[in-house]
Design a binder for this molecule. Structure first.
Ligand code: HEC
Length: 709
């Protein structure tokens, strides 16, 4: 046994931001169809951006495939992809399907046949080098007007000609040295490419969102999400307003507030909605010592599309100190509430409440919990503010607070879907907790990278954790209509269609279609690999297609890998683009057997508990955990190091880890790790390898169990 306490508390310095029992009451949802969002001339046959429309409903109005005939849905074509992050939303426009995998490797296909048309390698890995550690691989790309748009981890925004894959323009969003990363899908609204980025879980940065002219690449505006040093003057009135909600010398800590995922757009109102992330550092007592709301952290901010000028905001976690974010997708719709038609924005952020906000004014309409919540008792309907649990502000309190949802959130970036036909929002829900507190944290000695000034244990084994659900939520009644417990704790992105269907992938290797009204499972396909990416649907020459990319993505497979490791999530398993149509004729080749998870043959291995413990710390502190998983249990984001031949060979290990030998395939170099550190880490991994197959092998709770890097 390896002697590191399972509940060891380690400073949280994690990329977490990044970062759903059977059918319940089968309420009928046969009400009148709700009017759609303003669709802004998106062809119903296409799926050109991440959420299909600017209102990000992740809904297809196509109904050729429906709850009556979905049983005849068959594979039309497939395409084999290399081992790399593939949890990305595809897009389709003009008969072409575009996908990004890994770190900005784009492929264009003839959507009907799967014929590869062109490929584009953004060379992000080489450009990022050591910065490749920051992110988790891409989430998606965008199409508009004959161009494909991509944001790269090293900070470039690239427009490609959709016919040829040639670069039309390229811009740098921020200097490479800044510890930011773009991995969210860019959006194209109002002729502008809207780009955010992540990094406020890693470094002391100040978040911003930038708009580029889609035709020329010219930078048009930039909206900062948190105020800078007042002595430098404010960029806008909004920053002055925001600054009045901060105390101390917050700018020295960056402040955070990176907008790494969600944007929506209402063309009628001319408003772009920005989903803003958590504060840096997490602990408000260090960031803004006298408290305050700390705008615009964990907020939805509406800005004018033309100028980026602030219009309104709604904050989901005032004075965030729990890695709370509002970066989850924002579905726009028109709902009838109390007899009145309201233009709403709906979000299920990490904090576990489902919010309905008036998107014209930012007025709070309603919010109720869609998962277990302990941080707040409720949201006060008069003020729109949370009524916090007294234990939640942990600063100066002994021990750890049990936080539900945990820092991972009740909903991550994998999108929800709103069906105007059923009036329901389908949410991939994570049920999990964290323990959080700051007892013993030394504010004066926080590491420059990832110093969050907090102790956190992101995924403790408390009763009821590590679960995932698909929930159908009625946004008017603020109630769950049906709920399905899923395998694992990393529920996939969702698409609803006008055919009364809800499609979602599962970690256990299935793409499933449910009846949108009742939640009854109607169809499922064995994908031979986990599916977490959101499916899309489109129509070409009268045939409706459904496409999804298989493979476990980053996020679920890295830091939170223990919840999915029991499924076949091996990094080396084949992953593919799968496209379905009624009566499709393609067949997948025979599934490869699961790779064995058994101890490596390692006759020279000798137990050395002290060295092993040291290695566990190096592994944790270096951030290997982000991709190779908790306790080196891989969930598919990177190879399982416990079964990797590299750990048997000191020279190969050194070349891979320290010298960047595998950079081209996505393994960042760690030149700062000392030779002693390498020796210790190899001992740790070899010990874990020998432990495989012993009781609770896949859980192996021996490493530092807090997320960190
Ligand atoms: C940002 C993600 C990421 C981080 C962080 C990361 N790795 Fe990797 N690593 C990868 C990927 C992806 C591969 C697979 C590369 C390939 O296919 O050749 C890999 C491969 C490896 C390999 C070769 C394994 C094999 O069987 O092919 C070793 C050894 C390794 N990593 C060790 C480490 C160690 C030790 C750390 C921490 C110091 C670390 N990695 C951090 C992504 C990461």
């Amino acid at each position: 046994m390896i002697g590191i306490p399972a509940h060891r508390r380690v400073r949280l310095a994690a990329v977490l931001g990044a970062a759903v029992a059977g059918a319940l009451a089968l309420a009928s949802c046969d009400g009148p169809a709700q009017p759609d969002e303003p669709t802004a001339l998106i062809d119903p046959d296409e799926w050109p951006t991440f959420g299909r429309t600017p209102g990000e409903q992740h809904y297809s109005p196509l109904d050729q495939i429906d709850s009556g005939n979905v049983g005849d849905l068959q594979l039309a074509w497939y395409y084999d992809l290399p081992s790399e992050n593939t949890a990305t939303g595809p897009i389709e426009a003009d008969g072409k399907l575009f996908i990004t995998t890994g770190h900005g490797y784009i492929r264009a296909f003839e959507a009907k046949t799967g014929k590869l048309l062109w490929e584009f390698d953004s060379k992000t890995r080489e450009a990022s080098a050591i910065h490749l550690r920051l992110g988790w691989g891409q989430k998606g790309i965008a199409y508009s007007d004959g161009r494909v748009f991509l944001g790269t981890q090293d900070g470039r925004v690239i427009a490609l000609d959709a016919d040829s894959g040639e670069v039309a323009w390229e811009q740098r969003d921020y200097p490479l040295e800044e510890l930011r990363y773009i991995n969210g899908p860019p959006r194209v609204f109002d002729g502008k490419v809207i780009v955010g980025h992540g990094g406020a879980d890693v470094s002391a940065i100040r978040g911003f969102v930038t708009a580029y002219d889609a035709k020329t690449g010219k930078r048009l505006w930039r909206f900062y999400t948190v105020p800078g040093n007042p002595a430098d003057g404010f960029e806008s009135k909004a920053m002055e307003l925001a600054a009045s909600t901060w105390t101390g010398e917050w700018w020295k800590h960056g402040g955070g507030g990176t907008a790494w995922n969600a944007f929506s757009y209402d063309p009628e109102l001319g408003l772009i909605y920005i989903g803003v992330g958590n504060g840096f550092p997490y602990n408000q007592a260090l960031r803004s010592p006298e408290g305050g709301d700390n705008l615009f952290l964990a907020s939805i901010v509406a800005v004018k599309a033309g100028s980026g000028e602030y219009v309104w905001h709604y904050q989901v976690c005032p004075g965030d100190q729990w890695d709370c974010t509002a970066v989850q997708d924002m579905s726009l719709a028109t709902l009838e509430i109390d007899g009145k038609e309201r233009k709403v924005l709906m979000q299920a952020p990490k904090n576990g409440f489902f919010y309905v906000i008036d998107r014209t004014t930012g007025e709070f309409i309603s919010a109720e919990p869609f998962a277990k919540v302990t941080w707040a008792e409720k949201i006060d309907y008069k003020t729109g503010r949370p009524v916090e649990n007294p234990g939640i502000r942990y600063h100066g309190k002994p021990g750890m607070f049990e936080l539900w949802p945990g820092v991972r959130g009740a909903h991550s970036w994998l999108p929800q879907s709103y069906s105007p036909k059923t009036g329901l929002v389908y949410i991939p829900v994570i049920e999990g907790a964290s323990l959080i507190g700051d007892e013993g944290v030394d504010f004066d000695n926080q590491p420059p990278i990832g110093g969050m000034a907090v102790n956190a244990h992101p995924d403790p084994d408390l009763p009821g954790t590590h679960r995932g659900f698909l929930k159908a939520w009625d946004p008017v009644a603020q109630k769950v209509r049906w709920s399905i417990e899923l395998p694992g704790n990393w529920p996939g992105g969702i698409m609803a269609t006008a055919g009364n269907l809800v499609f979602q992938g599962r970690i256990d290797g299935h793409l499933v279609a449910y009846d949108a009204k009742s939640g009854k499972e109607l169809w499922s396909f064995e994908t031979q690999a986990p599916v977490v990416a959101p499916p899309i649907s489109y129509r070409i020459d009268g045939t409706q297609f459904v496409t999804v990319i298989t493979g476990n993505g980053a996020g679920g497979g890295g830091i939170f890998s223990t919840g999915v490791a029991e499924y076949s999530t091996d990094y080396r398993l084949p992953r593919r683009v799968l496209t379905f149509a009624l009566g499709g004729k393609a067949k997948l080749p025979q599934a490869e057997p699961a790779l064995p998870r058994q101890p490596l043959d390692d006759p020279d291995y000798r137990e050395d508990p002290e060295l092993t413990q040291k290695g566990a710390m190096v592994y944790g502190m270096s951030g290997c955990i982000v991709c190779h998983g908790f306790n080196a249990v891989s969930g598919g984001t990177a190879p399982d190091l416990r079964t990797s031949p590299y750990i048997l060979d000191a020279r190969a290990f050194r070349a891979a880890v320290k010298e960047g030998a595998l950079l081209g395939s996505g393994m960042p170099p760690f030149p700062e790790i000392s030779d002693d550190g390498l020796v210790a880490m190899r001992q740790y991994l070899r010990a874990l390898s020998q432990n495989l197959g012993k009781k609770d092998g896949h859980k192996a709770p021996q490493g530092p169990t807090a997320a960190m890097h």
